[in-house]
Design a protein around this ligand. Sequence first.
Ligand code: ZN
Ligand code: ZN
Length: 146
Amino acid sequence: MELYCADCGCLVERGIRVTPCGTSDCCCLHLPVRGSIDAIAAEIQAAFASKDLARFGVLLADDARWGNDVIATFERLLGEGVEGAVIDTTTGPGGVMCQLRVDWPDPTDRSRGGVLYHAYLVRDGRITEIRRYDDRASATEVLNAP
Ligand SMILES: [Zn+2]
Ligand SMILES: [Zn+2]
């Protein structure tokens, strides 16, 4: 649902500014602008929270590397009853790092680990590549790589 801010005129959709008002007394500066790294971070979190893979899919560039694989994997895991949640995000010039917590329904899977890190590399407002890491430092470092 899109709404114009009554005070400044920004067009806002689900907490993201679709069209900034551009005025000097904008009261919506704390909201990320659509296409920005911060907006993508917010959308990734919302998509995971609502288990809405279609919403996640629209964030992907048409030729995103691993994008479709990742969505297929998420679909399969959700179908198996695996619960995943984004517990932290960090942004950098190159994209978004998400720390995910995974709850495996089958105790024999628990050795697969409960926490993993994804780096979502962003270009021109879309996710172009998704990489998986086991540690936070590596996933964050790639966001700052030139
Ligand atoms: Zn505004
Ligand atoms: Zn406003």
